[in-house]
Design a protein around this ligand. Structure first.
Ligand code: PEP
Ligand code: MN
Length: 335
């Protein structure tokens, strides 16, 4: 971090600031120019509040040269992280296909979808039990019963299950859930992230609707800082001025994240577009862009779905997409 002081700052004031920075465990390199002094901070600046420094009377400008996230940073952890649970693997060359209905609706529905996606090559079954809906009058999910149904589907198919948590008080219900999802709307629910940091189980962290890549990484950092190293990042589209799609899929976030962090990155083209026919092209594009996996909504009867039917693929459409994704992966691997 570099601090540019204002012109003609009295020596005493500069010394006070330098002493304070040193008391924080940082080395300070002072470069005195004709009019202005530049302070270079050496050490772990992730705990330094750049806004606080910028607000000081004697400071003109503060520039970070290293990112404020540490544990998620590839600079300090060069090798890809592979998140594993049971037979499930994602990252470090392992590709994951997470599929299932937006919400668990009935035993018949979840079992039919689970069997179909397993057959097509999915590596995890994803379904919502607690649903974050924009309207309080919309279907809110089956709650604890939904988790029970997912566990039944897991028992039959062997697929690990992924489902969203909205409230830390529900954690006891998630004991047998393999991967806990944090939805876009909770990406910055820091108290929830801290609770999940105490667990030792994979967390699928979705990017917020209006959050930057750096903010996503800072949220991952909350979980990692708690000691839980199993974080999977998910790009699911961001809100822009565009209205033809539900959100705008930020595919550039994929290579950017792969460069900035060692954590696996999956892409959700279903929530990004909101339109089932746009899901296959974007799933393929995300695969080509280097994603470590895909999250795809699949429903046995999309036209009757209680949630997100218009963006859900039928089992047949999913199966054909999965084939194309696996072929593309083979081609890319051999390229
Ligand atoms: C979901 O994954 O079902 C969901 C609600 O997605 P998001 O949090 O990305 O909106
Ligand atoms: Mn959904």
């Amino acid at each position: 971090m570099i601090i540019l002081l204002k012109p003609r700052v009295p020596q005493k004031k500069t010394d006070e600031l330098v002493d304070w920075l040193r008391s924080k465990g940082l080395d300070v390199h002072r470069s005195v120019g004709q009019y202005q002094t530049v302070l270079g901070l050496i050490g772990d600046t992730s705990r330094v509040d750049a806004d606080l420094l910028s607000g000081l009377e004697i400071v003109e400008k503060v520039q970070r040269v290293s990112e404020p996230f540490k544990m998620a940073n590839r600079k300090f952890h060069e090798a890809d992280t592979c998140v594993e649970t049971g037979p499930f693997r994602v990252g470090g060359g392992q590709f994951a296909l997470l599929a299932g209905p937006c919400s668990v609706e009935s035993e018949e529905q979840i079992l039919q979808v689970a069997r179909a996606v397993k057959q097509a090559g999915a590596t995890a079954l994803r379904g919502g039990a607690f649903k974050p809906r924009t309207s309080p009058y919309a279907f809110q999910g089956l709650g604890a019963d939904g988790i029970e149904l997912l566990l039944k589907a897991k028992a039959e198919t062997g697929l690990p299950i992924v489902t969203e948590i909205m409230n830390a008080s529900h954690l006891p219900l998630f004991e047998q859930v393999d991967i806990i999802q944090v939805g876009a709307r909770n990406m910055q629910n820091f108290e929830l992230l801290k609770e999940l940091g105490r667990l030792r189980k994979p967390i699928l962290l979705k990017r917020g609707l209006a959050n930057t890549v750096q903010e996503l990484l800072m949220s991952a950092e909350y979980i990692l800082a708690g000691g839980n190293e199993q974080v999977i990042l998910c790009e699911r589209g961001i809100r822009t001025f565009e209205t033809v799609t539900r959100n705008t899929l930020d595919l550039s976030a994929v290579p950017a994240l792969k460069e900035l962090t060692h954590l696996p990155v999956v892409v959700d083209p279903s929530h990004a577009t909101g339109v089932a026919r746009y899901v296959p092209p974007l799933a393929l594009a995300a695969t080509a862009a280097g994603a470590d996996g895909l999250l795809i909504e699949v429903h046995n009867r999309p036209e009757r779905a209680l949630c997100d039917g218009p963006q859900s693929l039928t089992p047949e459409q999913f199966s054909s997409l999965a084939d194309r994704v696996f072929k593309l992966r083979d081609t890319l691997g051999n390229a």
